[in-house]
Write a protein of this length. Structure first.
Length: 221
């Protein structure tokens, strides 16, 4: 991490404690996910004034009325993708860039989309400054996916959708997985859709709460 960014012993201790709590809360399949959380300075992805709260297991407000996802949810969504370090992954709803940074440490290449220009700009800058060279953040409506780099082994959607956008399933390779919250504006279920030769299968991983996925194949506003 460049020295311009502070990572004090207290922040390091709080981060290690957060990861210990997560390890006890859920049995993660891929231990690299928790290692990535242990090595990622979450306090740099939240507004300055909230830095001291960065290692609690909750979402926090970021700019433009959006939120940085709860660490447990970041870890869970990443784990459900079952990625290897050779895989190409698409993230929709990059927000602060924190989830992008985690994906960059467990996948081969990360393509991330954020619809709000101010967030996309600051997340992209931070990701670069922190040296995650295999991640790119762009600003456009992610409900279209990003066909240029498709097919993806995994697609992670970090905002709640009214239904599963078929555009995203179309951009998965066979055997690839889409992890997406689907439901109403207030509450969703975390779904994992796996594409196979003759269609797809859907699994339900329980209730969750995300901000809205706004776009052509999401909510209108
Ligand atoms: N993973 C992020 C979560 C941010 S909240 C983090 O932990 O910081 C979800 C984000 O999805 C918001 O920033 C919101 O602007 C973005 N979003 C909503 N609809 C979108 C769309 N259609 N395309 C791209 N981003 C979208």
């Amino acid at each position: 991490m460049p020295s311009a960014y502070p990572d004090t012993p207290i922040q390091q201790r709080h981060r290690a404690e957060m990861v210990d709590r997560l390890r006890h809360q859920h049995q993660f399949r891929d231990q690299r996910v928790l290692k990535a959380l242990a090595e990622t300075p979450r306090h740099l992805f939240v507004p300055d004034i909230l830095r001291s709260n960065a290692y609690g297991d909750h979402s926090l407000p970021i700019d433009s009325g959006q939120t940085i996802s709860q660490p447990l949810m970041v870890a869970l969504q990443t784990d459900l993708l079952e990625l290897t370090d050779r895989d190409r992954v698409l993230e929709i709803g990059a927000g602060s860039g924190y989830q992008t940074a985690i994906l960059a440490q467990v996948a081969g290449q990360v393509f991330a989309l954020e619809r709000l220009p101010a967030l996309a700009r600051s997340a992209d800058r931070l990701i670069r400054d922190l040296g995650y060279r295999n991640a790119t953040i762009r600003c456009f409506d992610g409900t279209y996916g990003w066909s240029e780099f498709a097919p993806y082994r995994g697609i992670l959607v970090a905002a709640g959708a009214p239904s599963i956008p078929s555009t995203l399933i179309d951009q998965l390779e066979v055997g690839g997985r889409l992890v997406i919250p689907v439901g109403t504006e207030r509450s969703q279920r975390l779904l994992r859709i796996t594409r196979n030769d003759d269609g797809s299968t859907t699994e339900d991983f329980g209730p969750c709460q995300f901000v809205k996925l706004v776009g052509k194949f999401g909510w209108e506003s």
